[in-house]
Write a protein of this length. Structure first.
Length: 418
């Protein structure tokens, strides 16, 4: 099917059929499970690349003489100014492909020395929201999140770089909480996935409708649960804390590298430790790694230095983490050798790595006395059973879900503790 879509795209380029070129590119992108379409003008050609499983892949090229028409077509679809080519523009569009798949597009244009570059972020409306275990959560990490979602109030934070699946995790949590007897409000920028039963609102900073203002308004809407797209400043975290203290469950995202660093970041925002300890329930740090293709997966031999790193990571696992003894006694690692199913990449699909910090009294005590990040991390592993991103990745590599290269592409190797 994908080959047919690629052929349609190439045919529309040869025929110079611009509307068909744009639709064929989007149709092929959805078929390829792409999250973004990049249309990039070079000196002698324009290339189209798709971001698939977090990695950009070159798809086709077309001559630069039809590029202005392609840009105009995309701008018309998203209500952007056709005659404005000097400044970046952002827009949105809803598209239905020839085979009936509906998608939301977030479109961004950028002037470059060779012409305008366009990136289209695809939100497939027909896509179902995966449940937490399908995302890669299991064991104590899953139990900690489930417990915090059952609490009547408090703050649940997801953290990680852009494109690490934070919003999907939050939607998965909301999917579990979405019942007729609760009022759930979301303040987002933009509304990425529309879900039945939720009251979803999009912020507009240009008219002073910010996250903080939206959150304050949400409190007057008799909510049980509030999801805020992102905590960016002191004002937003202050209102989130206020909402939590007045009996609401608040879910949000924040940009940091790990669960422990999130506490440091909130402290740097000027939030007093006693407010942090009384409101934060759980912090979920996450990354996305590519899954080894099931069709061409084969066992590989790990070298001695790799095995040493793996043993160090496993040795520091908390006592409450149950792991199959056979995985440890005879560790095996896998890779994909490449096949037509995965376009000879060796990977197909993605899975999350998770580091879940669940607040307990020992951690509260350390936060109140402003202990170092190292002391808090040590206590989180010993008393709260926190599994680090590295450890979760190593376990998933041992299970044959991903490769160690992928794990260490996104997670740091932790130092051995005394």
């Amino acid at each position: 099917m994908a080959d047919v879509k690629l052929q349609q795209l190439q045919d529309s380029i040869i025929a110079g059929n611009i509307p068909q070129l744009v639709m064929s590119a989007l149709s092929y992108a959805i078929e390829s499970r792409a999250s973004d379409v990049h249309i990039e003008p070079e000196k002698n050609f324009v290339r189209i690349r798709f971001r698939i499983d977090g990695v950009l892949r070159r798809i086709v090229e077309y001559p630069p003489n039809i590029h202005p028409a392609v840009i105009s077509r995309i701008k018309i679809m998203s209500n952007l100014k056709i005659d404005e080519q000097r400044i970046p523009q952002d827009g949105r569009s809803q598209v239905t492909t020839a085979d009936g798949r509906e998608m939301d597009l977030r479109i961004s244009t950028l002037p470059t020395s060779n012409g305008e570059k366009v990136v289209m972020r695809i939100q497939d409306q027909s896509r179902t929201i995966p449940d937490l275990p399908e995302l890669g959560l299991s064991g104590p990490a899953l139990k900690a999140i489930e417990e915090s979602l059952n609490m009547p109030n408090g703050i649940v934070l997801t953290t990680g770089p852009t494109g690490s699946g934070k919003t999907t995790t939050l939607y998965s949590c909301l999917h579990r909480l979405n019942k007729p007897e609760v009022n759930i409000l979301t303040i987002e920028d933009p509304v990425e996935i529309q879900m039945e039963g939720l009251n979803q609102s999009q912020v507009h900073p240009d008219i002073d409708y910010t996250f903080a203002f939206g959150l304050r308004t949400a409190l007057r809407q008799d909510p049980n649960i509030i999801m805020v797209g992102e905590i960016r400043d002191r004002e937003t975290i202050d209102v989130a804390i206020e909402a939590s203290l007045t009996g609401h469950l608040v879910l949000s995202t924040i940009h940091t590298n790990s669960a422990i660093e999130t506490l440091t970041r909130i402290d740097n925002m000027g939030v007093p430790p006693f407010l942090m300890t009384s409101t934060i329930n759980t912090i979920i740090a996450q990354r996305l790694v590519r899954k080894v293709c099931d069709k061409c997966k084969e066992e590989i031999q790990a070298d001695e230095s790799t095995m040493q790193i793996v043993k160090e990571a496993i040795a520091l696992l908390p006592a409450n983490v149950e792991i199959d003894k056979s995985l440890l006694s005879n560790p095996k690692f896998y890779h994909g050798k490449g096949c037509p199913e995965c376009d000879n990449i060796g990977y197909k699909g993605r899975v999350g790595l998770y580091e879940v910090l669940q607040m307990n009294n020992e951690l509260r005590r350390l936060i109140l006395k402003r202990a170092t990040a190292m002391e808090i991390e040590e206590a989180a592993i010993k008393t709260a059973g926190m599994v680090t991103l590295e450890q979760d990745g190593v376990i998933k590599a041992l299970k044959g879900l991903t490769t160690l290269e992928e794990v260490y592409r996104v997670a740091r190797h932790g130092e051995e503790r005394p």
